[in-house]
Design a protein around this ligand. Structure first.
Ligand code: GUN
Length: 307
């Protein structure tokens, strides 16, 4: 059983990005620019956005937060997007999900220019992924792929099960694994006999947002377990059910613990697994910076071919 250390992979990519950003600067190129539009003040979103800002600053990426109130209209959100669309200093635009319930996410995400769509949520970019013609990918599944590649886990020929069908993670993840020649089952809340499917899987990617949802008895011995879940566990009874006793001190001190979607007892059966925290999490924000730099570089080549 071996731990797939996401922090290690993230630090390696960040090192490469630093060099790339320096190189751009040295050639008199632009500073990569990211705009994050956030409507409302969801605590989890705020914490994601803070970590994005911190990493951007560390790497030398220009990052601007556009905060909008919880009751912002669709028009107000779209106005912020269009302002960023037409700003040549902005190469990447992210609209933080989830949006407040009164807003239509598809309508809003469809207004980001595809060439500034850092999350690859625009229908054009999603289509490229399905057609296996994409070179940028949504940040979390892109991070999962980087972990697999770094540790030499080849998806081709594996039976892979992706649990969760969100457009942020599960659906693009399934398509990306198919593109890498895995045989993929995309499981979701209406899947009948999840355990039977998972016990056949050589690779499980869990992205459901429920602590300890995948139990040890659902996992094939030696399987690769990738845990995308970052769940706050604040109730003592949930802590006892879902978290290892080794986290008890931390739980007492902070009043909560972080649990993944895969029950910790399953890791003892795994061939390889990503821990929570320190697995996929550090890759998500790192791949956001990677995509920002890539979009910046593409903007230069588009400008120079126009000339
Ligand atoms: N909310 C949680 N994860 C993400 C992400 O990867 N992108 C955006 N835009 N919102 C998120």
């Amino acid at each position: 059983m071996s731990v797939l250390d996401g922090k290690l992979v993230a630090e390696k990519i960040q090192g490469e990005l630093r060099l790339e950003i320096e190189r751009l600067k040295g050639e008199g190129g632009p500073v990569p620019g990211l705009v994050v539009v956030m409507a409302g003040d969801d605590p989890a979103s705020r914490s994601y956005v803070n970590s994005k800002n911190k990493l951007a600053e560390k790497l030398g990426i220009r990052s601007e937060l556009v905060p909008l109130p919880e009751n912002a209209s669709a028009e107000a959100v779209i106005r912020s997007i269009e302002k960023a669309n037409s700003d040549p200093l902005v190469h990447a635009i992210l609209v933080q999900m989830p949006l407040p319930r009164h807003l239509d996410s598809w309508r809003i995400l469809g207004r980001i220019l595809p060439e500034k769509d850092v999350d690859c949520f625009h229908p054009y970019n999603q289509g490229l992924i399905l057609q296996n013609r994409a070179s940028l990918f949504p940040c979390t599944p892109a991070g999962v792929m980087r972990i697999l590649d770094h540790f030499g886990i080849e998806p081709a020929g594996l039976n892979a099960a992706v649990v969760g069908r969100s457009f942020l993670v599960g659906k693009p993840m399934a398509a990306m694994l198919v593109n890498r020649n895995a045989t993929v089952t995309l499981c979701h809340s209406r899947t009948v006999n999840l355990g039977m499917i998972l016990r056949e899987a050589d690779l499980i990617v869990a992205a459901v947002g429920k602590p300890g949802f995948i139990s040890a008895d659902m996992v094939k011995p030696g399987a690769v377990l990738i845990d995308v879940g970052i769940n706050h566990v604040a109730k003592e009874e949930d802590f006892v059910k879902f978290c290892p006793p080794s986290q008890h001190e931390g739980f007492k001190k902070k009043g909560y613990a972080i649990s993944g979607d895969i029950h910790f007892q399953a890791f003892a059966k795994a061939g390889h697994y990503t821990p929570v925290p320190g697995g996929v999490g550090p890759l998500t924000v790192t791949m956001l910076m990677h995509n920002t730099v890539e979009l910046c570089k593409r903007s230069i080549s588009v400008t120079s071919t126009k000339e």
